[in-house]
Design a protein around this ligand. Structure first.
Ligand code: GLN
Length: 586
């Protein structure tokens, strides 16, 4: 049976065939190729970084790429996950709440992704059960193979068809050997068989230990991890070895020898100063060319496009971390113990740093113990303050003290989502003379809740899926700081994840006292950007959105650019220039 015949046959689900693999409309067998990235030894090694870097190299050559992350957990999305355990929740433009790896893909590929680029076991099983209830399995007993694996393959092929991808990059969550990811591995093995030779390649990301007591690199754990992959019928084509230091030639040889993967495809993915250096390191090692050869893609490559893209990217990487100038931004956040919870903020700082020629440092602050007495001391040495997104009452009073300090002392301020709401509360309390102003999120009985639950969300109960999520249009008021930052654009698109908003009843009072709402929903009274006039404060801006999520290496977030430029002025002591008046403070 030829591969075409096989693919036609497995599209059916009858008594005559053991296969169950529905084919989506528009699927072009043989056209779509797959790179499947799996982890061995341990998780958290940077499968997403490897996968997105390789995808970027292919994209730079003019190929259409589509990444997908497949999570082993049974949650439908990442919305209810604790950032302490999983890192930040990354929201996509269509409102899907995903793992932070999707942020890495969006940043490296400069591409907006959607729910099609993210799946969980929860989603897969929900769909299998829906089909069972609706009789789609034609009376057969529903099994892991072929139905669950069939559903997984369908997701991959749907993405390929929808995105018209030359190459789909599949990142399998967790580590080979995890029970919860085994269906994904089996589905990928089947996919490789069905699509035929030269269509699917497997990359094993592994870890080479270097115990301090021994002072040498040991490859045994890596070898055993890859053996585990072979046990489920998958032979890797590329091995990427994570390690602190470059992998020694001898160690690479050993791994190559024990895994049947030629030396030229055993790649040392040691620690580098920035993840943005990895694509170039892979290119230098020739991994991209190996992929093109194995997937027979050389004919689809456009050299001219690659030259232009490489030049742009090199400009960016040449400017990362090269500056002697430095600014320090205070970030107040509950999850200060875990940097992953604020990954996108760190990245946005890195992007702007390259464009502005400055090294952006962060000072992480837990605001639980901050008060009016110690706030100046705690913020000393910081040229800018960010109050990031967050939930719950803990530390909110300390945040308000930080915002007041920033406002009164002309320290550049950027409020992100919760930081926007806290800025409204601070202004209402200390400028508008409403001392009990608060948010219903923190004080249900408060009489002056300037931050209220959204009208449209009030009826929805429960924790999952009741937020205002995803990309939304924002109308920008001409002549404002926000307009200047966005080159006088009248309408922009920002990404949201919130439940509460400014209560419209208080807008006139806030505006009369000098607060400017420079970004609003086009039709509803939802306030999305606030600022202080430029003759009152050099940079005081808050947004109900999460601009950190849409900052990209070559298109950094204008709000962060504004904050960091203002922080650089603050270093030079020029921040008070042009300040003529103070808002009247009660
Ligand atoms: N807790 C606030 C809300 O739900 C802010 C959310 C956030 O910062 N992402 O509106």
């Amino acid at each position: 049976m030829s591969n075409e015949e096989l693919l036609a046959k497995i599209g059916q689900s009858t008594e005559e065939t053991e296969f169950y693999t529905p084919m989506p409309n528009g699927y072009r067998p043989g056209h779509h190729k797959y790179v499947i990235v799996v982890g061995t030894v341990m998780s958290g090694l940077g499968k997403g970084i490897f996968s997105s870097s390789l995808a970027k190299l292919c994209q730079d050559k003019g190929l259409r790429v589509a990444p997908i992350k497949m999570e082993g957990y049974y949650n439908i999305d990442s919305g209810t996950l604790n950032p302490y355990r999983h890192g930040e929740v990354f929201v996509l433009d269509d409102g899907m709440e995903t793992d932070m790896d999707l942020g890495t893909y969006e940043r490296l590929l400069d591409q907006d992704l959607s729910a099609a680029n993210f799946t969980t076991n929860g989603q897969i099983f929900r769909e299998v059960l829906r089909k069972e209830r609706e009789g789609e399995y034609l009376g057969r007993d529903v099994q892991t193979i072929p139905h669950v694996t069939g559903e997984i393959k369908l997701r991959l092929r749907e993405l390929a068809a929808k995105s018209k991808a030359d190459v789909v990059f599949v990142e399998v969550g967790g580590t080979v050997g995890d029970l919860e990811n085994s269906n994904y591995l089996e589905a990928c093995r089947q996919l490789a068989y069905e699509e035929g030779e030269g269509s699917v390649i497997f990359v094993a990301l592994t870890y080479v230990l270097e115990p301090g007591a021994l002072g040498e690199q040991k490859s045994k754990a890596a070898q055993l991890g890859i053996k585990r992959l072979m046990e489920v019928g998958i032979m890797p084509h590329i091995i990427a070895c994570r390690a602190s230091n470059p992998i020694k030639e001898k160690v690479r040889e050993k791994i190559s020898m024990y895994t049947n993967v030629p030396m030229k495809r055993v790649f040392s993915m040691h620690d580098v100063s920035s993840i943005y250096m990895i694509p170039e390191a892979m290119r230098e090692a020739g991994i991209d060319r190996e992929v093109l050869t194995m997937l027979d893609l050389h004919d689809r490559v456009n050299q001219k496009i690659e030259d232009v893209n490489l030049k742009k990217w090199r400009w960016f990487t040449d400017h990362i971390g090269r500056s002697k100038k430095q600014v320090t931004l205070a970030v107040t956040g509950k999850y200060t113990a875990l940097r992953d919870a604020y990954a996108s903020i760190i990245k946005a700082g890195e992007h702007c740093g390259a464009h502005l020629g400055v090294d952006v440092q962060f000072k992480w602050m837990d605001t639980t113990d901050i008060n009016a007495e110690n706030v100046a001391r705690e913020l000393a040495g910081c040229q800018g303050i960010i109050v990031p997104g967050g939930f719950g009452v803990r530390g909110t009073e300390g945040k308000i003290d930080c915002i007041r300090y920033a406002r009164e002392n002309h320290v550049p301020y950027l409020g992100l989502c919760l930081g926007f709401q806290m800025a409204v509360i601070e202004y209402a309390r200390n400028v508008c003379g409403i001392p009990d102003a608060n948010s219903t999120e923190f004080d249900k009985k408060c009489k002056n809740c300037v931050i209220e639950i959204l009208e449209e969300q009030k009826k929805i109960e429960g924790l999952g899926g009741n937020m205002r999520l995803g990309g939304k249009e924002v109308d920008i008021k001409p002549g404002t700081l926000a307009a200047r930052l966005y080159d006088n654009a009248r309408r922009i698109r920002l990404r949201f994840r919130h439940r509460y908003e400014v209560d419209p009843r208080f807008i006139p009072t806030l505006e009369q006292h000098g607060l400017i709402f420079s970004g609003k929903h086009p039709t509803q009274p939802i306030m999305q950007v606030l600022e202080l006039p430029q003759d009152v404060h050099p940079f005081f801006l808050g947004t109900q959105a999460h601009p950190e999520l849409t900052s990209r290496p070559l298109r950094p977030s204008p709000f962060f650019m504004g904050l960091i430029s203002a922080a650089m002025e603050h270093v030079k002591g020029e921040h008070a220039k042009g300040i003529k008046r103070q808002p009247q403070t009660v």
